[in-house]
Design a protein around this ligand. Structure first.
Ligand code: NAD
Length: 253
């Protein structure tokens, strides 16, 4: 894998939020970035247009569909000339309190959330690893969540999907090290994005910010900086690690 700049990087869910910040951070280092989106070609095009450097691409897939995922990853690798770094960022969060849902609604919430956040990421990874093996190595960075450790009372499938993503990354870290592929994870607390904008408004927002002794939530750029570090050559030996990025709002032992 090339060191520093000039890498081929695929970021899922990069048309907005954390993924967009991650795409910009890699491009600023001189990397070529495939900006993946589900159904936002315009936004994804704008992101690519805003990136420094050249050689970037827009790719599309619903991560809940394995066939679309395979085609999307191959397209990204073809456009970038290989694949050095995969950032599994795309994810969904939807409330599904166990006390309020019908059995059918409950099953749907689990199917959808795990289908994107865990199985979707696993499928993108399977496809990306094929290209990394061809290239002689690579880096996978998974975007998990504080909720994997703290619990998500009204979105348990989300918490479980992220805990599963953590275990997935640690399993692959051991399996893929002999192939020159490191697998790392960042676990943010609340981040100011479209996903959380409703929660961060009004009095609920104050309570959320006060969870951190810094009395604020993270910016997408702070998460992006962590992802860039985890994908750096210096972090290769940290493979298997999960980096908390939650403003000391939840300290696990
Ligand atoms: P966001 O909603 O702004 O972006 C999520 C992206 O994932 C979007 O671009 C969306 O199109 C994409 N996506 C969702 N479902 C998809 C599907 N089926 N197929 C393809 N793409 C799909 O959210 P964000 O806040 O930027 O979150 C990015 C990641 O960070 C997520 O994995 C999220 O769980 C995680 N995270 C976010 C926070 C936070 O507070 N915002 C905290 C911890 C972890």
């Amino acid at each position: 894998m090339p060191e520093g700049s000039g890498r081929a990087v695929l970021v899922t869910g990069a048309s907005r939020g954390i993924g967009r910040a991650v795409a910009r951070a890699f491009a600023a280092l001189g990397d070529r970035v495939a900006v993946h989106h589900r159904e936002s070609p315009e936004l994804a095009g704008q992101v690519v247009g805003s990136l420094g450097g050249e050689g970037h691409a827009v790719v599309q897939a619903d991560l809940a569909h394995a066939g679309q995922v395979a085609a999307m990853v191959d397209e990204a690798a073809a456009a970038l000339g290989g694949l050095d770094v995969l950032v599994n960022n795309a994810g969904i969060y939807a409330e599904h309190p166990i006390t309020e849902l019908s059995y059918a609604e409950w099953q749907e919430a689990w199917r959808e959330t795990l289908g994107v956040n865990l199985v979707g990421a696993a499928n993108v990874t399977w496809c990306a690893v094929r290209h990394m093996l061809e290239g002689g190595g690579g880096r996978i960075v998974n975007v998990s969540s504080r909720g994997a450790f703290r619990g998500e009372p009204t979105a348990p499938a989300y918490g479980a999907s992220k805990a599963g993503l953590n275990a997935f990354g640690q399993s692959l870290a051991r399996q893929l090290a002999p192939h020159g592929i490191s697998v790392l994870t960042v676990a943010p607390g609340y981040v100011e994005t479209d996903m959380t904008s409703e929660h961060l408004k009004a009095s609920r927002g104050e309570e959320i910010r006060s969870q951190s002794p810094f009395n604020r939530v993270a910016t997408p750029e702070e998460v992006a900086a962590a992802v860039v570090y985890l994908a750096s050559p210096e972090a290769a030996f940290a493979s298997g690690a999960i980096l908390d990025l939650n403003g000391a709002s939840y300290l696990r032992t």
